[in-house]
Ligand binder design. Structure first.
Ligand code: BG6
Length: 448
């Protein structure tokens, strides 16, 4: 292992989808890059052991503990400390019982130091009440410093870039506020539907699946004040303040959609009211952002697969070039695919005439960082859990504040008071969402 002592990574739910698609590939890539050292592939595979057992009985966990202890005895180096990482690639309903079993049977017992940590995936609850209940159940067993709540958007290259861009560039510092920024969009689009995840998805819907976590985390990083330092508590303190400043969501600033054909999934009820698309305006009541709409938009089965952050600046006062016709300045960060950031600017149209045209200062990662592999979000986050860095993980109070924002809206959707509008698969979503965007003040420029 990369540090002294022995590291055991236990993936619970090893035969499930998440483990197969994300956890194991991330572990393997870390191994390949030497972050988790081993001589060759066969050695890596030999390091893996499979144990089966049920989640709610001591027997299986005692066996697991025995196996970990044997591994530790065999591998421990001189300092003897033992590190145990439990990755719960499981449905949240079993988190409490599994945590209880880990606490009862599988904690690190070495006198020479080390630790036990648990990693959990969203959804952390379905609303404020259930999330708080889950947090308390786990919180009774483990300290906050032992719990790593993954939101994989926090492991994405461009999301991690936000802090650097905002706080390491003099250029942005004076501009990043209500005096200069007109509106902000944070958009997630997928060009496929729920693809066999009907059971899970219909229970949660797009707001719980994407908006309340991934997009809201991005919003925090766009909107937060400069933290005292890069210490994980300092960063999360600032994120919580942003979340606590979000005003209650207004009905007229929400557009919900459901793609045509969604209910054909065998696990989706015929009268499902679950949104597969949502566009929601959040307003932050503080000195920096009062009056600036943050439009969070997410949808399945749309025309493209893309996630980006689009910051649109206000018009130039006293414009002498008639720039308004060309469009406003925009700063865009494309999170995926093909990471990029670009700035839309008015420039002189090359040639004899004095006319303006909108052009772009373009930093496309593929071209600029040719040959550099951008690590998958899960690789970074797994490594962070091993190193004990919680900067990119969601703290309990952050989670509570996030649920505070969306719970009233979600309850109204759950009881059918708000209904999604049907939209065609492969479209931009309901036309009403584009109207909402224009009402929010966004001025469309060519190409968007
Ligand atoms: C997951 C959601 O959290 O994020 C999925 O449950 C979604 O519905 C996925 O497809 C998107 O992740 P990414 O990294 O592909 O944008």
């Amino acid at each position: 292992v990369s540090e002294t002592g022995c590291l055991s990574i236990v993936v619970l739910g090893a035969s499930g989808d998440l483990a197969k698609k994300k956890t194991f590939p991330a572990l393997f890539n870390l191994y390949r890059q030497g972050s988790v050292k081993a001589e060759d592939v066969s050695e890596f595979l030999q390091l893996m052991k499979y144990t089966s057992g049920s989640y709610d009985t001591e027997e299986g966990f005692r066996l697991l503990d025995k196996q970990i202890s044997e591994h530790e005895e065999a591998k421990s180096s001189a300092d003897g400390s033992c590190r145990r990482l439990f990755y719960l690639a499981l449905p949240p309903s079993v988190y409490p019982v599994v945590c209880k079993m880990i606490k009862l049977c599988c904690m690190n017992k070495s006198d020479l130091g080390g630790w036990t940590r648990i990693v959990v995936e969203k959804p952390f609850g379905k609303d404020l009440e259930s999330a708080e209940k889950l947090s308390s159940q786990i919180g009774e067993l483990f300290g906050e410093h032992q719990i790593y709540r993954i939101d994989h958007y926090l492991g994405k290259e461009m999301v991690q870039n936000l802090l650097v861009l905002r706080f390491a560039n003099r250029l942005f510092v004076p501009l990043w506020n209500r005096d200069n920024i007109d509106n902000v969009q944070i958009v997630f689009r997928e060009d496929f539907g729920i693809e066999g995840r009907g059971g899970y998805f219909d229970e949660y819907g797009i707001i719980r699946d994407i908006v309340q976590n991934h997009l809201l985390q991005v919003l925090c990083l766009v909107a937060m004040e400069k933290p005292v330092s890069l210490d994980s508590e300092h960063i999360r303190d600032e994120k919580v303040k942003v979340l606590q400043s979000v005003e209650p969501i207004k009905d007229e600033e929400v557009v919900l959609g459901q793609y045509h054909g969604y209910r054909d999934d065998s696990k989706v009820p015929d009268h499902s009211n679950t949104p597969t698309f949502a566009s929601i305006i959040l307003r932050i009541h503080n000195e920096r952002w009062e009056g600036v709409p943050f439009i969070l938009k997410a949808g399945k089965a749309l025309s493209s697969k893309k996630a980006d952050i689009r910051v649109q600046f206000k018009d130039v006062p006293g414009d002498i070039f008639n720039c308004e016709k060309q469009g406003r300045n925009e700063f865009v960060m494309r999170l995926q695919p093909s990471e990029a950031m670009y700035m839309k600017l008015a420039v002189k149209q090359p040639g004899l005439e004095m006319s303006t045209v909108q052009s772009e200062l373009d930093l496309s990662y593929k071209q600029r960082y040719h040959g550099v592999t951008i690590p998958d979000a899960y690789e970074r986050l797994l490594l962070d859990t091993i190193h004990g860095d919680q900067q990119h993980f969601v703290r309990r109070d952050e989670l509570k504040a996030a649920w505070d924002i969306f719970t009233p809206l979600l309850h109204r959707i759950d009881i059918g008071e708000l209904k999604p509008i049907s939209y065609q698969q492969g479209s931009r979503g309901p036309a009403e969402a584009d109207e909402l965007l224009l009402r929010a003040g966004y001025i469309r420029t060519h190409g968007y």
